[in-house]
Design a protein around this ligand. Structure first.
Ligand SMILES: *Cc1c(COP(=O)(O)O)cnc(C)c1O
Length: 399
């Protein structure tokens, strides 16, 4: 019996309201159909889920703790719980999706994985999962990114992945994605692992489901610690939206739980150096789905900017465009300097150095007032090791 049941407001064609869908060239049609069929089959398969749960527990280190941050709570006069995705193997939530996707590929009989990466975090998570499961791994990465993200390129190579430096366009994420799609067209026997809740259906639904372990754990951990499964707020940062989708998943149909998404405002949403897609974007199609996009009037993508490489994306997953458009989620844009300040505050009150992406979620604590009896869960999507150079330059040396 297939037990898969999506909790997302998504229809059979992958639409969340009028966002989503699958805008793909005809040549990718059968790849996507095969993926869809396999995903729905295995997501409801007991043996698949048992194996995935075992890996998440024994390899990733799940459940990640839900930690009541006492000093931070005192500082803000409320009750703040940090979901510690930063403690996962490889240092962020991305491994949840990478492992599940590569396991699905294995069940489908694939032996080659392809992925695109910008800053290299998704590439590293995918290369890790491939090393674990003995899969060939090709990671497409813009040549500019290859040059400026050397530690992650080194990690991927050590893990056995081939890093393909893409020389077209701006030589960044968008070009790497185009190249990965081109490769997938000609090599349908490979499996394409997308790193966020973006891309054509079923990717947004699939990645959200693979990350939903985050909110599944939050519910039972909150119940054990507070006597109630439901917080008043869940806060997460949004690049493409995968850690937020995972943190929101089991609360989307609980109207008493307020969902807050923190976008990267960069230097400010009124400047041209921003990545706040839902604040300044308009509807369009990017990477195979209809969603909010940072674009000019004639549909040219506007280069996004954020101090945080993981939030530096000109689109956003269709689920989030939908949640924001219906008022189910509240979107706040947090600037570089607000995020930096929030990172320092967490570091000095709790001894936790967050990823710059996660620091945008923390920035919400400074712009939104919470009540003394509120329970606020904040998804700490990753750790700050990869951002030390920025922190030292922007915070420690300037202090
Ligand atoms: C990649 C990344 C993000 C942004 O991606 P989402 O898909 O929006 O979650 C956020 N936090 C960390 C630590 C990341 O590595």
């Amino acid at each position: 019996m297939n037990t898969f049941h999506s909790l997302l407001p998504v229809d059979n064609d992958g639409y969340y309201g009028h966002f989503g869908g699958a805008y793909i060239p005809e040549i990718l049609h059968s790849n996507i159909e095969n993926l869809k069929e396999a995903f729905y089959r295995y997501a409801g398969d007991e043996e698949f889920n048992r194996e995935l749960d075992r890996l998440l527990r024994d390899y990733v280190g799940r459940p990640s703790p839900l930690y009541r941050a006492d000093r931070l709570s005192d500082l803000y006069g409320t009750n703040i719980y940090l979901k510690r995705e930063d403690l996962n193997h490889t240092g962020a939530h991305k491994i949840n999706n990478a492992l599940a996707s590569v396991l699905l590929a294995k069940r489908m009989g694939k032996n080659r994985i392809i992925a695109e990466t910008g800053a290299g975090q998704h590439g590293v998570a995918t290369a890790t999962a491939c090393a674990l499961m003995g899969m060939e791994c090709i990671v497409f990465m813009g040549a500019t990114d290859v040059a400026r993200q050397k530690p992650n390129v080194d990690r991927m190579r050590m893990l056995g992945a081939t890093v393909e430096a893409v020389e077209s366009g701006n030589k960044t994420l968008k070009d790497a994605t185009n190249e990965a799609i081109r490769y997938w067209c000609c090599n349908p026997e490979s499996f394409y692992v997308i790193g966020s809740t973006v891309g054509p259906h079923p990717y947004p639904e699939m990645v959200a489901y693979f990350q939903s372990v985050i909110s599944r754990e939050i519910r039972s951990q909150l119940l054990a610690q507070t006597g109630s499964e439901l917080p008043d707020y869940v806060i997460a940062c949004i690049g493409g939206g995968s850690n937020a989708a995972g943190a929101f998943y089991h609360f989307i149909n609980e109207p008493s739980v307020r969902l807050i998404a923190a976008e990267a405002a960069g230097l400010g949403i009124d400047t041209d150096k921003t990545a706040a897609t839902m604040k300044i974007g308009t509807e369009g199609i990017i990477h195979g789905s209809r969603t909010m996009v940072m674009q000019t009037d004639d549909g040219q993508i506007i280069e996004p900017y954020s101090i945080s490489a993981g939030l530096d994306y000109p689109g956003v997953g269709p689920l989030h465009s939908y949640l924001a458009s219906t008022g189910r989620s509240e979107v706040l844009a947090i600037t570089d300097s607000q995020a930096l300040e929030a990172a320092m505050r967490l570091t000095r009150t709790e001894g936790i150095i967050p990823a710059l992406e996660s620091a945008h979620a923390l920035g919400v604590l400074d712009v939104k007032k919470f009540r003394a009896d509120d329970t606020v869960v904040l998804n700490l999507s990753g750790r700050g090791d990869k951002d030390m150079e920025t922190y030292i330059r922007e915070l420690v040396d300037k202090a």
